[in-house]
Write a protein that binds this ligand. Structure first.
Ligand code: GAL
Length: 305
């Protein structure tokens, strides 16, 4: 069983390359999408620490513990100047299934190596493991987009939640019915609070959003906020992490919350900026009580219990 806070391995014994990722449940299977960083870590002229863009990996699992590599769901382009060329940035991919079109839609943070392009990339596929076809990169509602996530509400409407205004404020942009664009309806959360790495979920009448502070690859304190609507009304509440190293989010950073068998789990990246391909992961159960979240660290998460 993979140990939280460390490098994880797939069913072939290779390191799992699915950083800044998410887990999607589809027809009883779980799909883990994330950044494939299986290359050398280097420093861009801007000083940003990076791995050249390789693509977005997909892993599948029936139990969320044994992960089979399905290959690159979205691969880098070998055409210089292309949005997905290796000199670009593709981070934090999130995938939703659109029931109306029967397509899988991926959004991700698409950027230049110096993080000034700040767009959302969009790709689409017929099957969960891809191949995804790149559609376009946009500035949602003319705003910049860096760390981001997707959230599908109970009525099927979906939202992009993205760090914007140079990471000062999170913006929430509703997607069109086919999830391939934004529809112009938008809101803000945690204005000028400098939050990123958003992970959002809904439980019993309340929307919850877990975020990190903005300290690049270095760990900081997570904070969760709540609201009764997706688009507005967000209030920061507290750090959900408890116990040793809670103020550094157990040396991790949030990337997604998913539900399995009625319980909610937070996915963390444990970044290693000196060697990004060897960054670790955690999946930690979230305790929810009276609108408050509590996340203790545990070495192993056993989904079979
Ligand atoms: C972090 C962000 C990561 C990556 C990194 C680059 O703040 O959460 O996804 O973009 O900065 O320095």
């Amino acid at each position: 069983m993979n140990k939280n806070g460390t490098i994880w391995h797939d069913t072939e014994g290779n390191t799992i390359q699915a950083h800044g990722g998410m887990i999607l449940e589809h027809e009883g299977m779980y799909y883990w999408y994330g950044e494939n960083k299986n290359g050398p870590t280097s420093t861009a002229p801007s000083g940003d620490i990076r791995v050249d863009f390789i693509g977005i990996s997909c892993y599948s699992s029936a139990d969320c513990m044994n992960w089979k590599y399905e290959g690159l769901a979205l691969a880098a382009s070998d055409e210089p100047g292309h949005d997905l060329y290796r000199d670009r940035v593709g981070e934090r991919p999130k995938v939703l299934y659109n029931e109306k079109t029967g397509k899988f839609v991926m959004w991700f943070h698409l950027d230049s190596a110096d993080y000034t392009d700040a767009r959302a990339g969009i790709a689409v596929a017929d099957h969960p493991a891809g191949p995804f076809r790149y559609v376009k990169g946009i500035r949602p509602n003319r705003s910049d987009c860096r760390d981001m996530t997707l959230f599908r509400d109970r009525d099927g409407s979906a939202y992009l939640i993205h760090s914007s205004d140079w990471n000062k404020t999170l913006r929430i942009s509703r997607l069109t019915e086919d999830y391939l664009d934004v529809d112009g309806v938008c809101g803000k959360a945690f204005i000028e609070q400098e939050r990123e790495a958003p992970a959002i979920f809904f439980q019993e009448g309340c929307y919850y959003m877990i975020t990190s502070g903005c300290t690049c690859w270095d760990p900081n304190s997570a904070l969760f906020g709540t609201s009764s609507t997706v688009l507005s009304g967000w209030k920061l509440i507290d750090n959900p992490c408890v116990g040793e190293h809670a103020r550094q989010t157990f040396f991790g950073q949030s990337t997604y919350v998913f539900e399995k068998d009625g319980a909610f789990y937070l996915m963390l990246d444990h970044w290693k900026p000196e060697d990004l391909k060897n960054s670790g992961y955690s999946i930690l159960p979230i305790e929810i009580s009276d609108g408050h979240l509590t996340i203790p660290f545990r070495e192993y998460t056993d989904f079979s219990k």
